[in-house]
Design a protein around this ligand. Structure first.
Ligand SMILES: NC(=O)c1ccc[n+]([C@@H]2O[C@H](COP(=O)([O-])OP(=O)(O)OC[C@H]3O[C@@H](n4cnc5c(N)ncnc54)[C@H](OP(=O)(O)O)[C@@H]3O)[C@@H](O)[C@H]2O)c1
Ligand SMILES: *[C@@H]1O[C@H](CO)[C@@H](O)[C@H](O)[C@H]1NC(C)=O
Ligand SMILES: *[C@@H]1O[C@H](CO)[C@@H](O)[C@H](O)[C@H]1NC(C)=O
Ligand SMILES: *[C@@H]1O[C@H](CO)[C@@H](O)[C@H](O)[C@H]1NC(C)=O
Length: 321
């Protein structure tokens, strides 16, 4: 024990170039003469080899900010945030596979992407159905040679109503689409992510997973569950060098929220609650997702990052003062 502590003192002192002895003895040493002695007799030592942390040359800028040579699965990539993520990842050089339920829409998207020279493939899959998830990951395994670098769990839906009005079916739909799908896709993708050697998972949470939003107690609960899954998997899969993070948006201009925001008065209230006084664009979310996938974010795991124009930190700013 004494040796371990002494060693850690050496580490911190040799790591600092401007060391000076504090006039007040640190609390944990104050009643221990052995340690006082050890502290004062400190001599600068040559740090062990593994401490040359700042001497490593910074790897090239283009490698840290590129996804060239990587593979990704983005669920729900035909509209909204998912579509922006597909295009963002391709822009950074990733090969992307996506899925959605509407075959017509998926085909149109794939045609557009391939026409623009994007490396995107897709398959029809309802991620709320277990057998379809299994088929999707099967397709992915053969497509990407049993290896996946990036999993983006984007699909999510919403049913807005007071909690007591939820039917059993509505509750099941939200749990299956927003949480069970994500949970099971992670299980299925695990061997592929492990094979990557540097897997990354990005979950799509929401500010509703942090604060209460009207009629969203069930959707908010599924996002709260995603937040905790993000933290748990970040720790559980760290041994496999798989990083897990989540993004938590507030209102983003997509088909999902088109209807509720078509109400002018409601929209005004949204603006007044949002410090930046506007809605977000899907590309303002996809940029964060890309960052969380890039080697540049290689020490970030277990985080849930809001993309919300400041909404979640807005306390009280009276409009009449
Ligand atoms: N927009 C916002 O303001 C906002 C705010 C906070 C969080 N979010 C979250 O962001 C994520 C994306 O939202 P969005 O606004 O971009 O949604 P969106 O515009 O409704 O797009 C959803 C996409 O997912 C697909 N999809 C939906 N259900 C699916 C299923 N069961 N299986 C497979 N694909 C499915 C849709 O295609 P098909 O319909 O053809 O399947 C579409 O491509 C969701 O998790 C949502 O909770 C959004
Ligand atoms: C000082 O710390 C050492 C190591 O923890 C311990 O064995 C020893 O009993 C302590 N001495 C006093 C006076 O607290
Ligand atoms: C599927 O997408 C097409 C093209 O956007 C649309 O016309 C059709 O209504 C959609 N089908 C369903 C079941 O949503
Ligand atoms: C909440 O749900 C009630 C009942 O379904 C509905 O009348 C109201 O417009 C909803 N409000 C919001 C903000 O979703």
């Amino acid at each position: 024990m004494a040796q371990a502590l002494f060693f850690s003192l050496e580490l911190s002192l040799s790591a600092s170039s401007t060391f000076s002895i504090c006039s007040s003895t640190p609390h944990f040493l104050s009643k221990n003469s052995t340690f006082n002695h050890l502290t004062l007799s400190f001599k600068p030592l040559k740090p062990p080899k593994h401490l040359h942390f700042h001497l490593k040359p910074i790897s090239s800028h283009s490698n840290r900010w590129s996804l060239r040579g990587t593979t990704a699965l983005v669920t729900g990539g035909t509209r909204g945030i998912g579509r922006a993520i597909v295009e963002e990842l391709v822009g950074f050089g990733a090969k992307v596979h996506t899925c959605s339920r509407n075959e017509t829409e998926l085909s149109e998207c794939l045609e557009n992407w391939v026409g623009s020279g994007f490396e995107v493939t897709g398959s029809v899959c309802d991620v709320s159905v277990r057998a379809q998830r299994e088929r999707l990951i099967g397709t992915l395994s053969s497509l990407f040679d049993n290896k996946l670098d990036i999993l983006i769990n984007n699909v999510g839906t919403n049913i807005r109503k007071p909690m007591v009005d939820f039917t059993a079916e509505e509750l099941s739909t939200l749990l299956a689409t927003n949480f069970e799908s994500v949970f099971h896709l992670c299980q299925l993708a695990y061997p592929l992510l492990k094979a990557s050697g540097a897997g990354r998972v990005v979950f799509t949470s929401s500010v509703s997973g942090f604060v209460s939003l009207k009629n969203m107690s069930v959707q908010g609960s599924t996002k709260g569950a995603i937040n905790q899954l993000t933290r748990n998997l970040a720790c559980e899969w760290a041994k496999d060098n798989i990083r897990c993070n989540a993004i938590a948006p507030w209102y983003i201009k997509t088909s999902m929220v088109e209807q509720v925001l078509s109400n002018k008065e409601y929209l005004e209230e949204v603006y007044s609650r949002t410090p930046l006084r506007r809605l977000g664009d899907p590309t303002e979310v996809s940029s964060l997702v890309a960052f969380l996938c890039l080697p540049a974010s290689s020490y970030i795991t277990g985080q849930i990052i809001c993309v919300d124009g400041g909404m979640s930190v807005n306390g009280f700013y009276p409009r009449h003062d």
